[in-house]
Each structure stands twice: as C-alpha cells, then as structure tokens.
Design a binder for this molecule. Structure first.
Ligand code: NAD
Length: 334
C-alpha cells in the first residue's frame, strides 16, 4: 500500500483530501501527511466555486508548514500537489528528482516550455507524473470519449463546451487575480474544456480567441477551435455574482449529447426518447482520478486516460489562445 502526502491545503485540496481518505478507508493508500505554508489552512475550511465535499479535517495524517521537515519525517511514495498554478512545474520536478511519484493539479504549468521540463524530469527519473485534468474522470465527460471513439452516433458535427463562475475570491495572496500567476479564465478554468476538446478530437489546426478583461486580465473568453466542424469553448469569470455552471452540447450525425441536470443525455435525431448513456456511472471524478493515479503507481502500467504528454499539448493550445486574444481574436495556427 502506498503512502501519500499532499502539498497545499487550500480550496481544491479539500476535494483531494476527501478522495484520499475514501481510498484510505478502502485500504488502497495511506494519507500520511499534508504540508501547507499557511498554518491557518489547517483550521479555516475554504469554500470554493465547486462542491469539494466534507469540510472537516478528520483523518490521522500529520500536518506540516515546512516541506523539508515533512519529507524528512515521513515515509512517502506519492506527492499530490495542490498549490497555485505558477508554482506547479518547479515543485513537481523537484519532487520527481527526489524520488517521488507526482500527481499535480491542472494547469500542468502556465507555459509549454515548463511542461517540457516536467516531461523531461519524468523521463529522466522514471517516476509517474499525472496532471489533474479531472474531466477525464468526471463520469459525465468520461463517457464522451467512448461515444466519440466507438462512433455509435456517427461522426461529430459540432460541439460547444461552457464553464462559468464568479471570479475566484478565496485564494492565497489573491493569486487567481494575477494574470502572471493564474493566466485568467483561459489557463485556469477554460483549460478543462480546451483539454476535453483535444482529448476527444485531437489538436485543432488553429484557435481564434476573443477575450475581455472586466475585473482581471482575460476573465471572459470565447474560443473558436479549428477542427473541420464547428467547436467552441466559452469561459467566463467576469460576473462577480455568478454561480458555477458547466455545460456541453455535442452534435453527431445521428444524435445530440447534452449535459443536462448534471447527466449526459442523448437526444436521437430519429425522434426517439432522450436517454442517459448506459456507461454513465455517476460518482466523484476526483476519487476516480486519484484511484487511477494509485493504480499507475502500483502497477507502472501505461497511462491510457490522462497523460502528461496530453496535458502538455493542452498548454500549447492554451498559449496559442492567449496569443490570439492578444491580437484581438486573430487566427493562431498550431
Ligand atoms: N481541478 C479543478 O477543478 C480545480 C479547481 C480549483 C483549483 N484547481 C487548481 O488547484 C490549484 C490550487 O488552487 P486552490 O483554489 O486550491 O488555491 P488556494 O489559494 O485556495 O490554495 C493554495 C494553497 O497552497 C498553499 N501554498 C502556497 N505555496 C505553497 C508552498 N510552496 N508549499 C505549501 N503550500 C503552499 C497556500 O497556503 C494555500 O493554502 C491551482 O493550480 C488551481 O488551478 C483545480
């Protein structure tokens, strides 16, 4: 059984912690320790824009504010990184070089060149690296991969992916509000949808990104993705009072698949009754993601679902979207 330690215990870490404790209760891992440089993070539970589940700090893990002390005191196999985005790359590389398998939250890094450094460290050290592109494990999105791959509804003919939220207000040192640390709505939130489009349809030939900046740089973005059918990703952080909402609408030759009331729903074009696809299993995507990471660590099998190479390619597309936004939506080839 592997020992896991988390670094960063802010907003999204609560969802990781709950999934780790569930895996621990199932005898699949031990969550031995958590490190956060802010001592109050162990007392004040943070509410973010999505449901992260139970907010209490139960469990038998030790808490640290000093990373070196944690590493020296604990037997650790896997490090789970939940710190701000601009800090992911250097910490992930450092941890792999010191012999740990690494799970790191998305975005892999803010710049593609840093992703390449991470991939290089992974290859040099032989360690497992997985990036938290968690939609690959959200049941309502995971089933799309099967639907597109097996062609049961024919070829895709159009797709719209949407992700809306108010501006994140809970963050340590307000890092979300700093474009150089979070990359605005494109690198932080819309990345999920850009990555899903890439996962389903491959790298687009180009992007055209129309973005605006109401409260922080690029807090609203609409991206036309260059496939041979229309695909659009829309993300908005600019409305302070807005609640979180995610959605998709995927057109195929024989049906439309719509995310509706939290479930994928198929609307057949022949007029048949709408239905939820049989393989939709429900459940917690974060739990499935961390369970899969443990399987990779235990078995060293090939990652077939959420590869770091894919996450890096997503950052290449994200960077192209930023360049396009800088040029007021001009086409940027990939
Ligand atoms: N998968 C998702 O849907 C999802 C949702 C929210 C956030 N995220 C990602 O998770 C990451 C964290 O976001 P958040 O909302 O939890 O941020 P946050 O500001 O709430 O938490 C970050 C925590 O990291 C701590 N920290 C900073 N530097 C540290 C260091 N060097 N060592 C140890 N602790 C350190 C801070 O004290 C803080 O408690 C970001 O990369 C974000 O993009 C992913």
């Amino acid at each position: 059984m592997k020992n896991v330690a988390m670094i960063g215990f802010g907003g999204i870490a609560q969802s990781h912690k709950n999934a780790h404790l569930r895996l621990e209760a199932e005898g699949k891992e031990r969550l031995v320790a958590v490190c956060d440089i802010t001592p109050s993070s162990f007392e004040n539970r943070i509410k973010i824009n999505i449901d992260t589940g139970e907010q209490s700090v139960e469990g038998s893990f030790n808490t640290y504010t000093d990373l070196e002390k944690m590493l020296a005191s604990e037997e650790i196999d896997v490090i789970d990184i939940c710190i701000p985005s601009y800090l992911h790359a250097d910490l992930a590389i450092d941890m792999m070089e010191r012999g740990y398998d690494v799970m790191s939250e998305k975005p892999m890094a803010l710049h593609h060149e840093d992703c390449l450094r991470m991939l290089d460290a992974m290859r040099r050290t032989g360690k497992v690296l997985m990036i938290g592109q968690v939609l690959h494990f959200y049941p309502e999105y995971a089933c799309l991969k099967r639907i597109v791959s097996d062609g049961r509804f024919g070829k895709p003919t159009s797709a719209v992916f949407q992700r809306f939220s108010g501006l994140p207000k809970w963050s340590w040192q307000d890092w979300y509000h700093d474009y150089d640390k979070a990359g605005g709505v494109i690198s932080d939130m819309l990345i999920h949808d850009i990555d899903m489009a890439r996962y389903l349809f491959g790298t687009p030939a180009f992007v055209e990104c129309n973005a605006s900046s109401k409260n922080v740089k690029y807090d609203c973005a609409h991206i036309a993705m260059g496939y041979d059918f229309p695909v659009t990703c829309i993300g908005d952080w600019s409305q302070n009072g807005a609640r979180f909402k995610m959605a998709y609408w995927l057109g195929f030759e024989k049906a439309t698949v719509i995310l509706e009331k939290g479930k994928p729903t198929v609307y057949p074009n022949d007029g048949g009754e709408p239905y939820v696809p049989a393989e939709y299993e429900g459940g917690d995507g974060m739990y499935y993601q961390l369970k899969y990471m443990l399987e990779l660590v235990e078995t060293r099998k090939k990652n077939e679902i959420s590869t770091p190479e894919g996450a890096a390619e997503t950052i290449r597309i994200v960077e192209a979207a930023h360049r396009s936004a800088d040029m007021r939506g001009e086409r940027v080839a990939l």
